[in-house]
Write a protein that binds this ligand. Structure first.
Ligand SMILES: Cc1cc2nc3c(=O)[nH]c(=O)nc-3n(C[C@H](O)[C@H](O)[C@H](O)COP(=O)(O)OP(=O)(O)OC[C@H]3O[C@@H](n4cnc5c(N)ncnc54)[C@H](O)[C@@H]3O)c2cc1C
Length: 436
């Protein structure tokens, strides 16, 4: 058996690690000169500091990701700082909002956190509690897959609570604005984070660049187990004969495979599937998946500049979250995250930097003038997580024998996240190992 994995993002690497772990020979072909895909370290720096293509945050509920980290021999604490969930939101001229999960069993920790939230009025806190109690009773079932905005209005959430709690949470979790976001997928994440164990809602912030968290340890593991990882190898086509996959074409040669896992984004996958009649239906489906951007503005302040905690949410501003990169050994470097679409996408990079710096100056008036800034825009950061999207997401299997699909866009039930990507890769690997 020889499994060729197309794409060295977290989905492809997860599949490769799981297969190698079970003694299967793999070759990973990655088009880019480095691994990691949409979660990777960049070669350029801000003020000499290496940065990522975007700030990433993991949850304690990311069980498959954490399990694979263990498989490749990485102790969680060496690459991630784990903290109990604490959310702090700041808005110019308003009191801070603080939601802190106490050390109580789930879901009591969530209910207590909402009941004691600072900066929300008692009616707002009771309003939030009532929807959470409803969720627990219904098993986190939204009924039909409406938008998050419609679901909130159905559950009589006040505009103030939507602004302070639900809107930022929805953007952070689904990277899609409330009125376009799928309630079903939103509730799935809330359920995984809050309904099972207290530690599932923990936040995991990386201490090293993204390449060092999983992609590079995964490459070492794959190579130590007899697998091959080839960078700058873009797959141009797959060969299908007698309804089974036989080869992939890459650069100027072909590689024979018993199985091929396409762990690449929807548009790239569509191009490889389209020429094959049996796969054209899936290709068309993939063509209907649209994307949302994420922008990260890195701003270097003097090294003594610190946030009171590693990340702080901002309300009523273009900037949505600020991450303090001191945790990465980059004191004074702030990563400002802007999820989803908006007028900021049409701004020039220098305009957007200046805009973000001006917003931070209003909220943190004691901060000195920054020394450098850099904007990283990922135009297709995630699939648009809109209502009904689950009906477009393909499963791991295809009508062609040996041809498998992985990637955060496949039918994991998760939004576009590292955990969704990893689960999709592991799913393909398990099916292949089981003789699929
Ligand atoms: C800025 C940003 C912030 C994010 N924040 C978070 C977060 O906080 N938490 C979270 O969980 N998720 C976050 N995400 C989402 C997360 O990064 C993605 O869901 C995940 O990385 C997707 O992994 P993947 O393997 O499915 O796809 P990809 O990462 O897109 O991997 C696909 C790989 O295939 C390669 N490829 C494409 N075509 C070919 C070809 N023909 N031949 C060979 N190789 C090919 C690509 O180069 C790429 O490396 C964020 C994403 C971005 C962009």
């Amino acid at each position: 058996m020889h499994v060729v994995i197309v794409g060295g993002g977290w989905a492809g690497l997860a599949a490769a690690v799981e297969l190698c772990h079970h003694g299967v020979r793999v070759t990973v072909l990655e088009a880019a000169p480095q691994l990691g895909g949409r979660a990777r370290g960049l070669d350029y720096t801000v003020n000499g500091q290496r940065i990522d293509n975007g700030q990433h945050l993991l949850l304690g509920a990311y069980r498959e990701t954490l399990r694979l980290l263990n498989v490749v021999g990485i102790a969680e604490a060496t690459v991630f700082e784990r903290r109990p969930l604490q959310l702090v939101y700041k808005a110019f001229g308003c009191a801070d909002i603080r939601i802190t999960c106490p050390s109580l069993p789930a879901p009591l920790h969530l209910l207590t956190a909402l009941l004691n939230a600072e900066g929300l009025t008692l009616p707002e806190r009771l309003n939030a509690l009532s929807i959470c109690r409803g969720l627990l009773r219904s098993g986190f079932n939204a009924g039909d897959d409406v938008s998050v905005a419609a679901w909130l209005s159905r559950n009589k959430q006040s505009p103030a609570l939507i602004r302070a709690l639900w809107e930022p949470l929805c953007l952070a979790v689904l990277n899609t604005p409330l009125h376009n976001a799928s309630a079903q997928i939103f509730l799935r994440v809330l359920q995984d984070a809050f309904a099972r164990s207290r530690s599932d809602s923990d936040l995991l912030l990386s201490r090293v660049d993204l390449g060092g968290t999983f992609p590079e340890p995964a490459r070492r593991f794959i190579e130590q187990h007899g697998g091959t990882v080839k960078l700058s190898h873009r797959v141009k086509g797959i060969t299908v004969q007698d309804n089974a996959v036989r080869k992939v074409s890459v650069n100027d040669h072909e590689i024979t495979a018993s199985h091929v896992i396409l762990a690449i984004p929807p548009n790239a996958c569509q191009r490889l599937l389209e020429p094959h009649t049996a796969l054209r239906g899936i290709a068309q489906q993939l063509g209907e998946i649209s994307h949302e951007p994420i922008c990260t503005v890195y701003i270097q302040y003097p090294p003594q500049t610190r946030l009171e905690m590693p990340m702080i949410g901002l309300l009523d501003t273009t900037a949505q979250w600020v991450f303090d990169r001191a945790l990465y050994g980059q004191p004074g470097l702030m990563a400002v995250v802007i999820s989803g679409p908006g007028p900021h996408m049409a701004m020039r990079k220098d305009e957007l930097s200046a805009h973000a710096i001006a917003e931070l100056a209003r909220i943190f008036p004691h901060w000195a003038t920054p020394e450098h800034s850099l904007v990283v825009r990922e135009k297709s950061a995630t699939f648009a997580c809109r209502p009904g999207i689950n009906t477009l997401r393909p499963s791991a299997t295809t009508p062609v024998r040996g041809c498998w699909l992985a990637g955060d866009h496949t039918d994991t039930g998760y939004p576009a996240t590292l955990e969704g990507a990893v689960r999709s890769g592991v799913e393909c690997a398990r099916r292949i190992i089981a003789g699929g």
